[in-house]
Write a protein that binds this ligand. Structure first.
Ligand SMILES: [Zn+2]
Length: 218
């Protein structure tokens, strides 16, 4: 795949149908909300693997989907505070059950390293999606991963400037993204989520380094 440059007005955006596969409702907004808002004509599908039966988060997620003009799907994987590990097979099954069979031009998901230190569900989601993509079982032509780091917990997550695609939201989009987190998802202005909400978004291309031999499909 050709390198897509997002600097200078997002002029090259070839994706007509794009999926965002995340662990939780709000992850799509935190890590890719600006990208989604900037491409309203793209057919977005957001899949959250957890919180499908959460009486608070579920309606907030679908309200966010209305704002994005996106289709939302939710699973209900365990998301308890102890972050008990899930079996890789269970996470993979959840992904396959929610993605359906229609092909995506692009799927965006978590990075294997997560975005901050640390949430196990992010890493498990990344591993499941990347492995399914490598095996050709994810109906997607391209895979991108969120590219953020928090210095091992030293600071709030921020975009990795060396990532493959990096772009800074213009004011209007940054404000809309912030309002999705505070008004739609209901996080207080001084919450970790609201303070984190990255103004600069960054992505890696490809499934990343995981188990087995690295393969590139580009
Ligand atoms: Zn999350």
């Amino acid at each position: 795949m050709e390198r897509t440059e997002h600097e200078g007005g997002l002029s090259a955006w070839p994706f007509r149908r794009a999926g965002v596969i995340v662990a939780h409702p709000d992850d799509e907004t935190l890590w890719a909300g600006g990208l989604m808002l900037a491409h309203p004509r793209t057919e977005w599908v957001v899949i959250s693997l957890c919180r499908g039966s959460d009486a608070d988060r579920r309606p907030r997620f679908f309200r966010a989907m209305e704002i994005y003009g996106a289709l939302g799907c939710m699973g209900d994987l365990d998301d308890g505070p102890d972050q008990a590990p899930l079996s890789p097979a269970a996470v993979r099954q959840a992904v396959l059950g929610l993605v359906g069979s229609d092909r995506f031009d692009l799927v965006i998901t978590h990075d294997l390293a997560g975005e901050y230190t640390r949430h196990r569900r992010h890493e498990e989601t990344a591993a499941a999606v990347a492995s399914l993509y490598r095996e050709g079982r994810l109906p997607a032509d391209n895979l991108w991963r969120f590219a953020y780091e928090d210095g091992g917990g030293a600071h709030l997550p921020q975009a990795i400037e060396q990532a493959d695609a990096v772009w800074t939201l213009p004011d209007a989009l940054a404000q809309r993204k912030h309002r999705l987190i505070t008004e739609t998802y209901g996080f207080a202005e001084d919450s970790w989520e609201a303070r984190t909400t990255p103004r600069t978004e960054a992505f890696w291309y490809g499934p990343g380094i995981g188990e087995g031999v690295e393969q590139t499909r580009e």
